[in-house]
Design a protein. Structure first.
Length: 220
């Protein structure tokens, strides 16, 4: 990955490369940019296409929201350590369906690290038979780890309620960055521990939007 892009991700939480190495597979691009995340499920390279509610799996964003906008979230927020970086690469894109980003560091500043680090949340439904207690914010040597997913999480303590409410208000009042992946090869790298992302609604005529998604543990 070019140095300037690592710097961009470090400084602003994301980097966008327009028409980057068009014709190269998403897996090859992800592998050249960093280390692909390997989990029990394998590499998790996924094609993202808008899906109507009825045609989708319940308990997924598509199953709940269909073509409507998705709420802001951290990907795989229920993992103890969610994937560090998210790569989205355009196959078929539209200006009308941007990816929206909010910088979680600004929300932490607004709400306060102390509250968020003590704010416990829990999945609404068991995951593999478990309801792990997780913190909205986990400090570490770097910027820490922010996890947010109001759809699948609920507060699990008094401070959790305060933290979720205040974070929700700070998020609602923030003005998101809007980044449209339009041309084939447009590639967005997002720090999933820092930035919250959302998908804008999919209007008529944009149903063929297709992105490829990969998760990276680190950047080269
Ligand atoms: Fe997501």
């Amino acid at each position: 990955m070019p140095n300037s892009l690592i710097t961009q991700v470090f400084e602003q939480g994301y980097a966008l490369m327009n028409s980057y190495r068009v014709g190269t597979s998403a897996k090859e691009i992800a592998t050249s940019l960093g280390t692909l995340l390997q989990s029990d499920f394998g590499y998790r390279l996924t094609e993202l296409v808008p899906t109507q509610k009825d045609a989708s799996t319940p308990n997924t964003y598509s199953g709940i929201y269909g073509f409507h906008g998705f709420p802001f979230h951290t990907d795989l927020a229920h993992w103890r350590a969610p994937p560090r970086y998210l790569m989205l690469r355009c196959v078929v894109g539209f200006h009308q369906v941007p990816t929206l980003l909010v910088d979680g560091l600004k929300l932490i500043d607004l709400v306060g690290k102390d509250i968020l680090a003590r704010a416990l949340v829990q999945p609404r439904r068991p995951i593999n038979g478990k309801l792990p207690l997780l913190r909205l914010y986990q400090p570490n040597d770097g910027n820490g780890l922010i996890r947010w997913d109001e759809v699948f999480f609920r507060p699990a303590s008094k401070v959790g309620e305060v933290g979720v409410t205040q974070f929700h208000h700070a998020l609602s009042a923030s003005i998101p960055l809007s980044i449209a992946l339009v041309a084939p090869g447009d590639t967005l790298i997002v720090d999933n521990w820092r930035m919250l992302h959302a998908r804008a609604p999919v209007p008529l005529g944009c149903e063929t939007r297709k992105l490829e998604r990969a998760y990276l543990e680190s950047l080269n």
